[in-house]
Design a protein around this ligand. Structure first.
Ligand code: NAD
Ligand code: UDP
Length: 329
């Protein structure tokens, strides 16, 4: 059963709305007839991601860092918190800001939702499971996170954000829902932000060495962006608060070597693979158990990696071709 806060007449605030996932969420909400306030400090996102929306009558962009409190005039029906750098090199570049974004930033947005009696959706992450010693990962697994390592600013920040969310819910101060997002890919990933799918595809298209960290036998489960956005909307719209976090991801599990082979086959690149050191605390395996999302939301992903990669490669081909033209001129 649905109790929609994303339909026509509703107003959504999307923090992190100029990022990869946030910009797709803005598109989806506008397509459903909602009004959208996109809030972003443009740290890892880009105004280009929402440039096509600038003249949309139901779209508004506000440049703001969520670490600072904020007030919004007029009604708000739902607040989505996607604001946080998500790529390891980017979130480790300023670990203090990353942690404060998840802690102070999430609290600021929760208080905003409370003030407006708006529903709240937190973009949490599979990183709350750390380097998991249970496989696949279901939501009742408490994780294996190194709280002193270089990934802690992100992992522990997101865990603290979940704690804030569930305290807010227990106190009946806001209708809070938490999605634990697993690796998601697709058009509008930043080609330079260092994540695996964008790195391999862009390197292949540029004819540069394809970098694999460690042996490449570590696994990830890759969800296509349209599936992920449908999952977030289903979670925020479902009637009755689930009261528990919900994994949103694609259970198809691939080694990084298998992903590289797919990219080579699909792009026809002559690039060679080069092996580089594995970053500290890099998770060995990751695969979501999505039984809860299926049962509570009737949601499951539809786009297999082979298909989603085609669309992603087409997107990056255009970017690389434009870069080649501007470099050549
Ligand atoms: P992204 O880096 O493309 O987007 C994050 C956006 O948040 C950017 O536009 C950035 O400028 C903005 N931002 C960062 N700090 C901010 C701050 N303090 N105030 C305001 N804006 C700020 O990353 P993404 O892949 O789109 O991820 C979006 C959300 O989903 C993040 O919260 C991330 O943790 C979560 N997530 C993503 C994935 C994934 O695979 N893409 C996986 C798990 C969780
Ligand atoms: N990775 C890699 N080469 C790259 C970028 C990443 O081998 O150029 C590896 C990385 O070490 C990790 C996996 O790919 O094992 C996924 O990395 P990503 O940064 O995309 O996401 P996360 O580690 O946060 O899941």
């Amino acid at each position: 059963m649905m109790d929609q806060v994303t339909a026509a007449g509703e107003t959504a605030l999307v923090a992190g709305g100029a990022g990869f996932l946030g910009s797709h969420l803005c598109d989806a909400l506008l397509a459903r007839g909602a009004s959208v306030i996109c809030l972003d400090n443009l740290l890892t996102g880009s105004a280009d991601n929402v440039a096509h929306l600038q003249n949309h009558s139901r779209f508004r962009f506000l440049q703001h860092d969520i670490c600072q409190p904020l007030k919004i005039s007029g009604k708000l029906d739902v607040v989505f918190n996607l604001a946080c750098a998500a790529s390891p090199p980017r979130y480790q570049a300023d670990p203090f800001h990353t942690m404060m974004t998840s802690v102070a930033g999430t609290l600021n947005l929760l208080q905003l939702a409370e003030a407006h009696e708006a529903r709240f959706l937190q973009a949490s992450t599979s990183e709350v499971y750390g380097d998991p010693d249970r496989h696949p990962q279901s939501e009742d697994y408490n994780g294996n996170v190194n709280c002193t390592g270089p990934r802690a600013c992100y992992d522990e920040g997101k865990r603290a954000a979940e704690a804030l969310c569930f305290d807010m819910l227990r106190a009946n101060r806001a209708d809070v829902r938490v999605a634990r997002i697993f690796n998601t890919y697709g058009p509008r990933m930043d080609p330079e932000d260092g994540r695996i799918v964008s790195n391999l595809v862009v390197q292949a298209l540029r004819g540069e060495p394809m970098t694999i960290y460690g042996t490449g036998e570590q696994t990830r489960s890759f969800c296509y962006v349209s599936d992920l956005i449908a999952g977030l909307i289903a979670l925020v719209d479902v009637a009755g608060n689930p009261g528990v976090p919900v994994n949103v991801g694609n259970p198809g599990e691939f080694t990084i070597n298998e992903l590289a082979e797919l990219v080579v086959a699909k792009t026809g690149t002559k690039s060679a693979v080069v092996f580089q050191p594995l970053p500290k605390d890099d998770p060995t395996r990751r695969k979501p158990d999505i039984s809860r999302a299926k049962a509570l939301l009737g949601w499951e992903p539809r786009v297999p990696l082979r298909e989603g990669l085609d669309t992603t490669i087409t997107h990056f081909r255009k970017i690389v071709a434009a870069q080649n033209r501007s470099g050549a001129s």
